[in-house]
Design a protein around this ligand. Structure first.
Ligand code: 8YV
Length: 327
């Protein structure tokens, strides 16, 4: 029988996924609830045939420089691969895969939750009720803003951006988007989405802006201080992608100064650290990176990881290979 590949998994995964991995591979699991230390990560890349990291593991060039000869695949448990230096990995002959598709709808749902929660003041309402501040209904109490009839600007029209567009259209918003390339077809035809080649021009006219592009060197601080200033004073910003895409300090300054209506954030520039100034604001809803956190989704992510590893081990091209040219 063929020797089973040594697969090192950096974080605890759903039981069914771990069980299946144990059947198929010589699986080394992280039994604790904390991420690997730097030393454990280096030990993992030295000894593994396949590494399964998550968003919390930084697989940079220094870690990769210590990889053993056997390491041939990094099968990321997650969609975004900004935790991995894909260029260096490829140069060293190490394949990288991710888990696209299975977390699209969940992330889009969470985006809509934030898009409704901030303008409709969900957390303020919950807090008022729980703290006993509700004296009774009043025509002028807890008023927020509607999203129906408003303009949504989507930055990054990939799978998740498109899933958000479909939902937002059903909520009565008009869909606008900026993307490296135009996405003709159903998005523009059925959803009547408007493509903006110029991000700056789009930003100036939107009521809500939602981020769905990956974090790459090219999108770092895409929403820079200058661009944030282009937004209307009554606009909302939603981010379920990566914190690094927004200049968070600039965003905080504008929210504090009332130069923006509010923000719904699931991701942060230095997570898990969250800037205390953000927490103090009352025009924000903040979530601890839960966009794709469903039981179903996590199991499907695990299944995708397993398929990528198995296909690769069988000598074929893994279905979800990430190439530097895709970033
Ligand atoms: C996960 C995510 O929380 O897939 C992504 O890009 O941000 C989330 O789905 C994380 O990546 C798991 O590694």
């Amino acid at each position: 029988a063929k020797k089973k590949p040594v697969v090192v998994v950096t974080r605890k995964l759903p039981d069914v996924v771990e069980t299946r991995m144990r059947e198929l591979f010589e699986t080394r699991l992280n039994e604790s609830d904390r991420p690997f230390s730097q030393a454990e990560l280096v030990e993992a890349v030295r000894t593994a045939d396949v590494l399964v990291p998550t968003v919390t593991d930084r697989i940079d060039s220094s870690v990769l420089s210590q990889a053993g000869e056997n390491l041939k695949l990094i099968a990321n448990f997650g969609n975004g691969v900004d935790n991995i230096d894909v260029v260096t990995a490829n140069n060293r002959g190490i394949n990288v895969t991710n888990t696209p598709g299975v977390l699209t709808e969940d992330t889009a749902d969470m985006t809509m939750a934030l898009m409704l929660a901030v303008p409709r003041r969900l957390s303020a309402g919950i807090h008022a009720l729980e703290s006993g501040d509700w004296a009774g209904w009043s025509p002028t109490w807890m008023l927020g803003h509607r999203i129906w009839g408003k303009r949504l600007g989507i930055i990054g029209m990939g799978r998740i951006g498109q899933a958000v567009a479909r939902r937002a259209k059903a909520f009565g918003m008009s869909i606008h988007y900026h993307n490296r390339r135009r996405v003709p077809g159903s998005i523009e035809e059925e959803l009547e989405a408007t493509y903006w080649e110029s991000l700056d021009q789009m930003l100036a006219r939107m009521d809500v802006v939602s981020i769905h592009c990956p974090h790459t060197p090219g999108t770092f601080h895409l929403l820079s201080a200058r661009r944030l200033k282009l937004l209307k004073k009554d606009a909302y910003v939603v981010n379920t992608a990566r914190g690094e895409v927004i200049d968070e300090n600039a965003l905080i300054r504008m929210l504090e100064a009332g130069e923006l209506a509010g923000a719904g954030l699931d991701v942060f520039e230095h997570e898990p650290a969250v800037n205390p100034k953000l927490v103090k604001l009352d025009n924000v809803v903040l979530l601890p990176h839960m966009g794709s956190a469903t039981i179903e989704g996590r199991i499907e992510m695990g299944e995708k990881v397993i398929i990528n590893i198995k296909t690769f081990m069988d000598g074929h091209r893994p279905p979800d290979r990430v190439l530097p040219s895709m970033l």
